[in-house]
Ligand binder design. Structure first.
Ligand code: NAD
Ligand code: UFG
Length: 343
């Protein structure tokens, strides 16, 4: 079976390509390289020993997508392509609505015209807004506090409407908690451009000397040490969840033709616990100072994982030490990201 992977050159998409290739699927990547480097595709080939088909293309070009879907006889789609920076989404909201919402609409239209009716979609725990209870179950009310989150909610609604219109469509909406880590080979990993917004990439840049110190956003939350708590999940576990979701959808064994499921570990770690874990893994001091809370941040966010276990027969296996160790391995082997050969 050939699976189209949009955004396959990006952080999570590249790991997903490895997982699907190693599971025996043929894949075709569609990526416009707006937030990635084509070198990641060569690394996927090096890890798997397989050639991948890649189309440098934009998901907003429907005719081209239809050509690609038909030319490669694609039977399913895993859809990662989109913009993902929360802060940026408040500055350039139209770019977010266009890339994420219009892009997904265009992709769905191309799929409909090509008879491809199965998609896994990258959603986010951000759709739960301010938690009303913890751990977060999939039936927790949804809300969004920024344009990025609203694009995810709108796409989820769009998928539910399409699924309701025709039972042949099959959608797996996967709500990620906080993906971190890298492939254990150190060949692919997260490669943010500019100043990282997220905790783990920022910590790595303090560890390798690119940044002076980490600003810890808030130490007065009602958490065990006052800093924000999140459910960090190893990217390898995350993409294995995609593989399982794909298999469940393809087998037709899902209870409904559109499900939303959390992909997290169920464990919450604070910012200070992350700092300590990274110090252990890297043997480096992570200098930090406390700064005011960041707008829009919640105190705590972690998943209830029961539905994923029941529906997908999947559970995250890698612990925090593995997440930090694999991240550090990737950074040490690729101090300039994909810009220079891996050492
Ligand atoms: P990423 O930026 O590394 O990957 C996205 C890829 O999509 C990039 O390679 C980019 O070049 C490509 N892309 C963007 N717009 C495109 C377009 N119009 N046409 C074709 N390609 C396009 O991001 P990621 O961290 O791998 O995230 C993948 C998906 O998971 C995104 O949809 C993101 O919103 C979602 N997600 C990520 C996180 C996270 O913390 N990383 C959390 C929750 C959800
Ligand atoms: N943090 C710091 N300093 C930093 C960066 C982050 O203290 O420099 C703290 C944050 O305040 C938060 C925790 O580290 O308490 C995690 O922050 P991230 O930015 O890494 O992750 P978020 O949980 O804020 O957001 C991430 C993704 C969003 C997604 C959300 C839910 O970036 O896109 O998870 O899935 F919506």
């Amino acid at each position: 079976m050939t699976v189209l992977i949009t955004g396959g050159a990006g952080y999570i998409g590249s790991h997903c390509c490895v997982a699907f290739l190693q599971a025996g699927y043929d894949i075709v990547v569609v990526d416009n390289l707006s937030n990635s480097n084509r070198m990641s595709l060569e690394r996927i080939e090096a890890i798997t020993g397989q050639k991948i088909k890649c189309e440098i293309a934009d998901i907003r070009n429907q005719d081209n997508l239809e050509r690609i879907l038909k030319a490669h006889n694609c039977e399913a789609v895993v859809h990662f392509a989109g913009l993902k920076a929360v802060g940026e989404s408040t500055q350039i909201p139209l770019a977010y609505y266009e890339n994420n919402v219009v892009g997904t609409h265009t992709l769905l239209s191309a799929m409909a015209n090509s008879g491809v009716k199965q998609m896994i979609f990258s959603s986010s725990a951000t759709v739960y807004g301010e938690p009303q209870f913890l751990p977060l179950t999939e039936d927790h009310p949804t809300s969004a506090v920024n344009p990025y989150g609203r694009t995810k909610l709108m796409i989820e609604e769009m998928l539910r409407d399409v699924a309701a219109s025709d039972p042949q469509w099959r959608f797996g909406i996967l709500r990620y908690f906080n993906p971190v880590g890298a492939h254990h080979s150190g060949q692919i990993g997260e490669n943010p451009l500019g100043i990282p917004n997220n905790l783990m990439p920022f910590i790595t840049q303090v560890a390798d000397g690119r940044r002076e110190q980490l600003a810890v956003f808030g130490n007065d939350y009602e958490t065990r040490d006052g800093t924000g708590v999140r459910d960090y999940i190893h990217v390898t576990d995350l993409v294995e969840g995609h593989l399982r979701a794909h298999e469940v959808l393809a087998s037709g064994s899902a209870r409904s033709n559109c499900f939303a499921v959390n992909l997290g570990t169920g464990n919450g770690y604070s910012v200070l616990e992350m700092v300590k874990a990274f110090e252990r893994a890297s043997n480096k001091e992570i200098r930090f100072s406390f700064a005011p809370r960041r707008d829009g941040d919640v105190a705590e966010c972690y998943a209830n994982t029961e539905l994923a276990e029941e529906l997908l027969d999947w559970k995250a296996e890698r612990d925090l030490d593995a997440m930090c160790r694999d991240t550090w391995n990737w950074v040490c082997k690729n101090p300039r990201g994909y810009e220079a050969p891996s050492t």
